[in-house]
Design a protein around this ligand. Structure first.
Ligand code: SDX
Length: 427
């Protein structure tokens, strides 16, 4: 028996179905609201609005729970690799050894970029932000691979998916190499997925390069923790753009652009720049926390707060622990980590943050590790994009696997009512 909600408006009373999820979340199904009442709902940042029913990722923001396909993020982080987690998100089940090997081999096969991409990057300014070149390069993959553009052809979609997973690290490393004037490094497919990325980022043709297993494992963990997060800003963008039936490359390019914003994935770069500024200015953590309470977007405590988590972001807890582990194994002392820990301790005891339920999110500590392994700040969000790619793909595919319409929100018009055009001589 479907539970109902009653809506009374004027002399009309209608019943609306309640949709219940497997974790007990409930929603009012308003798909017939306008047809039945002429009313629409208004929810500008969609804080109260579900855009879809999904089986990919579950978040309980009050309890700080995150699960990929039902598996707790803590267990996946401990027991799986990033490619294994990607397979889980995209195909819905953990792979067998044979399935994982097949997936890994297919990805390996597609890591190289068309040689003309060198010209593409050469056309970019040296200081081009890697997110600008990554989104442009990602969209232009559609011009190189016309055989994987039809979103309704499962074979074309699958080869497009494997190409994207394989090539985004190569695209990102090309952006980095171009920015430092070093030659692009071809993928070395004898290496792991993450090892190959580190090789393309930090190797040069002149010197032998050994992948540091500590760094390799830390980056694999960070990619896992960023892999999906239900209907966040960039994933909702990928779904909305994808609902027009444009190809996967263009949909993901839109997601990269949404992620770039400082309120979203761009926050990881902002956090490190914030920590570096505090260190450079020699101000205390208390000074900065007081400034962060000034309540304007310019001096926020970046890496804190979240639309959904009103408790600890479970990813932040795992990354904080990894920070100490990786830095001690690398023998690196990080002043930035010290400052971050002080800021967290101060904020968690400060009424302003406690009342607003502002806790560290995924971006608060991730940059400390990226920084410790030698990644430049402007590459941090590109790393986030590599991690988030399987989630974007899984969400895009889930939309296409179900009957769906083009995403097209309505509005409440508050502009001028009808008026006549005055001849310019009389204006
Ligand atoms: C990600 O959605 C996802 O799942 C995203 C993500 C993912 O995996 O995809 O988790 C990744 O984007 C993490 C968030 C990264 N962004 C930041 O760290 C930027 C700093 N944080 C904020 O800008 C903010 O907390 C947001 C954008 C993350 C969330 O914003 P909300 O939910 O819209 O909350 P809000 O901006 O309305 O803030 C509520 C109050 C306001 O104060 P009042 O007007 O009530 O007085 O809290 C204050 C804000 O000023 N506030 C902060 C703050 N975040 C919110 N004050 C100081 N420092 C902060 N960081």
């Amino acid at each position: 028996m479907t539970e109902k909600a009653e809506l009374r408006f004027g002399d009309q009373t209608i019943e609306l179905d309640i949709v219940e999820g497997t974790e007990g979340e409930r929603a009012i199904d308003i798909q017939d609201l306008r047809a039945k009442t002429g009313l629409i709902t208004l929810d500008p940042s969609y804080a109260n609005t579900g855009s879809c029913e999904s089986s990919i990722t579950f978040i309980n923001g009050e309890e700080g729970i995150l699960r990929y396909r039902g598996y707790p993020i803590e267990e996946i982080a401990e027991k799986c690799s990033f490619l294994e987690s990607s397979y889980l998100l995209i195909y819905g089940e953990l792979p067998t050894r044979e399935q994982l090997d097949e997936f890994r081999e297919s990805v390996r096969y597609h890591t190289m970029l068309h040689e003309d991409f060198r010209l593409f990057y050469r056309a970019m300014p040296k200081d081009a932000h890697p997110m600008a070149s990554a989104s442009a390069a990602c969209a232009s993959l559609a011009t190189f691979y016309p055989d994987s553009l039809d979103p309704r052809d499962p074979r074309e979609v699958e080869i497009g998916v494997h190409r994207l997973i394989a090539k985004l690290p190569t695209l990102a490393s090309y952006a980095f190499k171009h920015s430092i004037g070093q030659p692009f490094m071809y993928p070395d497919n004898r290496l792991s997925y993450v090892g190959n990325f580190l090789h393309m980022m930090f190797a040069t043709p002149c010197e032998p390069f050994e992948v540091d297993p500590v760094v390799e494992k830390a980056l694999d963990l960070l990619f896992i923790l960023h892999a999906d997060h239900e209907q966040n800003c960039s994933t909702s963008t990928v779904r909305l753009v994808g609902s027009s039936h444009v190809n996967l490359f263009a949909s993901i390019s839109a997601g990269i652009n949404a992620l770039w914003g400082p309120r979203h994935g761009g926050a990881n770069q902002q956090v490190i720049e914030m920590l570096q500024a505090i260190a450079a200015e020699g101000i205390t953590g208390r000074d900065f926390v007081e400034r962060a309470k000034s309540n304007d977007d310019t001096s926020r405590l970046m890496g804190f707060g979240h639309r959904v988590y009103k408790n600890f972001d479970p990813r932040a807890k795992i990354i904080k622990k990894a920070c100490f582990d990786v830095l001690s194994r690398l023998g690196v002392h990080s002043k930035l980590l010290e400052i971050a820990v002080e800021l967290e301790e101060l904020a968690l005891k400060d009424d302003y943050f406690v009342e607003r339920k502002l806790y560290p999110n995924v971006d608060f500590y991730s940059g400390v590790i990226y920084n410790a392994i030698g990644t430049p700040e402007n590459m941090f969000t590109a790393m986030f994009a590599i991690g988030r790619l399987p989630g974007w793909i899984a969400q895009w595919q889930e939309m296409h696997d179900h009957k769906h319409k083009i995403g097209r929100p309505r509005q409440v018009y508050q502009g001028a009512t009808q008026r006549a055009v005055t001849p310019i001589e009389q204006r």
